[in-house]
Design a protein around this ligand. Sequence first.
Ligand code: LUZ
Ligand code: MOS
Length: 757
Amino acid sequence: MQHCDSPLHVTGRSEYVDDVPAPAGMLHGAVFGSPIAHGKITKLDLEAARSADGVQGVYTLEDIPGSKMIGALALDEPLLCDGTVMYQGHPIALIVAETDEAAAKAVKLCQVEIDPLPIVTCPREAFANGDLLQETRVFEKGAVDPVWETCAHVVEGKIDLAGQEHLYLETNRARAIPKEDGQMTVYSSTQSPSATQKHVAGVLGLPMHKVEIDVKRLGGGFGGKEDQATHWACMAAIAAQDLNKPVQIVLNRVDDMKMTGKRHPYKQDFKIGLDAEGKILAYEVNHFQNSGGFMDLSGPVLERTVLHSTNAYAIPNVKIRASACRTNLPPNTAYRGFGGPQGMFPLEVAIEQAAAKMGVAADWIQERNLIEDGYVFHYGQEVEACNMKRTWKEAKEHFDVAGTKARIEKFNAENKLKKKGFAMMPVCFGISFTKTFLNQGSSLVHVYTDGSVSVTTGGIEMGQGISSNMIAIVSRTFGISHTKVKSNSTNTTRIANISPSAASATSDLNGNATILACREILEGMLKVAAKEFDCEPDAVKIIDSIVHKDGAPTELTWEGLVLKTYFSRVQLMAHGFYTPPDIHFDPVKGYGKPFHYYTYGTCLMEVTVDCIRGTYTLDASQIVHDLGRTIIPTVDRGQIEGGLAQGIGWVTLEELKFTEEGRLISHALSTYKAPDAEFMPKVMDLKLLENVDNPGGPLGSKAVGEPPFMYGIAAYFAIRRAVEAYRELNEDEIYCPMTPEQVLLKLYPDFKDEVSS
Ligand code: LUZ
Ligand code: MOS
């Protein structure tokens, strides 16, 4: 089986929010955002916009009939600005007009005067001002302070880690359609239909049962629509309710980039201590998260940063401090990895610098410190069924790391103006929402009398292939062809209280729920068959749509049995509910067993740097990954390659640049460069770990969405090492991403002085 949407995607027939023909009289919304990053509004003049051609409605905070506040954790964010603008692009007013051109024109007529307040874009500065979104958290295991003096090597440093734009192909959008009796249906490009439902109901002053959210599919989410699709759905619904007409909001690319939050940039201080044999004895890191103007998901993102700060390494003494610093940037949010990548990066820098000091290869230190069964993380969870060392060892052997290293050494000795670099990246990523209550999934399976089957779950199809996985799970659980199964849109009327499609857990949670629903139906069907054959139900099995008795095929088909079941008045639909049984986490103490299990893998990366131009090519990525038993191999491969691409983008080309005034200057595809097919490694090898199982995942599978993102970090160090083969580096602060411009400045540091003077 393959990703079942592929034929639709490549022929342009897959439907997104605004592909469905517009209902009669549909209006279009556009948003007026703040021109500056911080200040108090002294005068807002919307009269010119209100009387512009085609304009039907203008809305500010006062016009919201119900709750004016939204927010994932606390209702801390006014849906429209409450008089204090917190970032550039902060939505101040919604304009609704007959066409989107008219709405966009009217936005330009909005006038605002703002008394500026000091703009803070650096999290260290916000921290120094005491401007935090939550109290600074400290996590400790053992004690680092007494250990430093016992270490043979101690290294300290500072990091400036940039954020990342989600760059989903489909920008944020929603279509709200008023229905009879004050009801509202919203078609939204959201990863969190129930959160959207809750907030739409809240701002409209309606009970949740009067609001229906329907999501066919997303053109990408990557976390950017876990919490921040809500705003546009709420705005469209407010206007739709007021005007009693359908209203659609589709953000253009520039507005989407300016108005929505991104991966959190961090500033970090680290200190690492090792013994003479390369064992890490102590690690201390201080994370200053650049949270942006409101909380959004910053707290949980920071929590995952803390949990993954030691990545795949066993370290006896750990101290982690983490602060969510309020700045005048858009509220930063979930992004594939959810703070995990930012947790792992500084430890890799620390290992890199320790290796330089010790005169050894970084992977020599990495290898000596990998986790294994029995290791207890700083948050209390013990590692079981650990495949970390296995993936590392297989990567080294299968892809001949020794040979690669020798080849690179020879190349670098023979070439003056081209240098190669090589890096390894181990990844251990915890699977489950760290907010334990979110770990629940639901599924509704219908078997129709012709034998066709439909499945609806809480999972959102955002290109990742959740629909295909659900179809595969139904088909395998029933023993029928996947062509008999269809997956439906995600809809809050059919499934209640849906957790976001996030945390890599969508297939696990909804897939296990789907298995339970199918089993319930199957149980009834097999009883009907057993009665027919006069045998026990366990003697009956469906294989390839044929009913088997005692292992031998009968005349009875799936379709035949479905009809018999129907005529026997036995149920052919069921709802399944699943939650992983064994997880618990005390968020105050930061202690427990937050993860149902871990996924493991190792990535190798080889690059070549052009030492005249500062440009680089990625020669090869080689990955050994633990997928458990993959459900659909091509779907999982797509996730691994896509995650790798996005991770590589984060540490190489994608430079999210804000000015000191908080103005995003990489706010379009002309200034923000993401990897393309051409840029990706020339060789991309993937080896799946064999003979592995995962009792925690549906059909023995493992979650795959986020872990491969962090393989991309290898590209950063491979490029760095290639540069170091040309010239010794001397930096006060490590900056990421490693753009070609950065490489050029590293290759020719005097040139930098010339430029700045
Ligand atoms: N979203 C969330 C996530 O709300 N909680 C999580 O723990 C998480 N982890 C990864 C990605 N999204
Ligand atoms: Mo996410 S970062 O929406 O799994």
